[in-house]
Ligand binder design. Structure first.
Ligand SMILES: O=C(O)c1ccc[n+]([C@@H]2O[C@H](COP(=O)([O-])O)[C@@H](O)[C@H]2O)c1
Ligand SMILES: Cc1cc2nc[nH]c2cc1C
Length: 339
């Protein structure tokens, strides 16, 4: 009876096996145009690469960003009962009310850059299972959350920022990253909202316990997400995949968003070619995760808020890149010598 697009992980795998690629004609056209603009070659640095990347995904050698969408998912985590966060779980639902009232940081940033904003709370009164006791979600639960992410994307958007809110979710993201990339639990465990000292060591142990309790599910990236993820993390993965299917470029946010994205990249290398990393979070392991994904961050401002805030701020960088690319005069047009 469900209207959800996904009822099983195999349906997600099918989508992953047939991803669209950027429009090569638009890439060539954008490269060509970039070479004629009134600046020394390469003088706009990464802005030039960004504009050409954006042009390819939009299939337009001279694109305009008109409709950015900021889409935040909220979920509650059974593992939060293990004392892994500096804040209590009820903050998740309270912050959802704050997002809806327009009072959070991400609301201000979305407004600054002309983006629409939506928050999607996911079964907040039903936390996921504590993953130190077995899988966080059933297959039906992960598919419902993934479907919510898929359905949250506005097909008319021309840029997607996906973010999250979920007390305890840096523990979940650390466990996912450990399962996908290896290393030690301590490598991937950071302070989150402000966990320090002995509590931080205990948090790393919870991450290690989560992997031990789900050892039989860790060979497959989507099952890693089911075993160690949360609903908001699965929803971000669903939104990022939908954006790919619609050729909508994505700006990734911090540690938790990148852990969600990493599941897709591990399941299908190249699945994140339509994504750039908006910022480097102050969360200890975010740079490690960005390195594993081969995604250099656009901004590094010591932010560690989540909720899509770092990526929302990076909309401005991409808007600047695309505005220069599409609005600048060529040497011929401006009558400037040397082009
Ligand atoms: O985006 C990040 O890198 C980031 C780093 C630290 C904390 N957060 C946010 O803080 C919450 C998770 O922290 P914690 O300590 O409860 O695991 C969650 O709501 C995230 O949005 C987000
Ligand atoms: C207040 C607060 C706001 C947040 N926004 C994203 N994660 C958050 C965590 C806390 C604790």
């Amino acid at each position: 009876m469900s209207q959800d697009p996904f009822q099983s992980l195999s349906q997600i795998r099918e989508i992953l096996s047939q991803l669209p690629n950027p429009d090569q004609e638009a890439v060539v056209g954008a490269l060509n145009r970039n070479g004629q603009l009134t600046k020394p070659p390469g003088a706009l640095g990464r802005l030039e690469d960004l504009a050409i990347w954006y042009a390819g995904w939009r299939g337009d050698h001279r694109p305009v960003i008109r409709a950015p969408q900021v889409l935040v998912f909220a979920g509650n985590h059974g593992v939060a009962a293990r004392g892994v966060s500096a804040f209590p779980p009820e903050v998740t639902v309270q912050m959802v009310a704050n997002f809806q009232a327009g009072g959070a940081a991400v609301n201000q940033l979305a407004k600054c850059f002309g983006a629409t904003f939506m928050v999607v709370p996911l079964d907040l009164d039903r936390p996921t299972q504590d993953f130190t006791q077995g899988p966080a979600m059933s297959e039906a639960e992960i598919c419902a959350a993934f479907s919510a992410g898929w359905q949250g994307v506005d097909p008319d958007a021309d840029l997607l920022i996906t973010g999250e809110m979920g007390i305890g979710n840096t523990t979940s993201a650390a466990a996912i990253a450990l399962a996908l990339f290896g290393g030690t639990a301590r490598d991937w465990t950071g302070r989150g909202t402000g966990v320090e000292g002995a509590a931080l060591e205990a948090k790393a142990q919870v991450v290690a316990d989560g992997l031990a309790a789900n050892a039989d599910l860790l060979a497959d990236p989507l099952q890693v997400l089911q075993a160690l993820g949360g609903r908001e993390i699965a929803a971000m993965a669903g939104a990022i995949l939908r954006a790919r299917s619609l050729c909508i470029p994505v700006i990734l946010d911090g540690f938790i968003c990148c852990a969600a994205a990493a599941v897709l990249e591990k399941a299908r290398p190249g699945a994140l070619d339509h994504c750039v990393a908006g910022h480097r979070s102050a969360e200890q392991a975010h740079q490690r995760l960005l390195d594993a994904l081969h995604k250099p961050a656009l901004l590094s401002l010591g932010m560690r808020l989540g909720e899509g805030s770092g990526a929302a701020l990076a909309i401005g960088v991409l808007q600047g890149a695309v505005a220069c690319h599409s609005g600048m005069a060529t040497f011929a047009e401006a009558g400037v010598a040397g082009g």
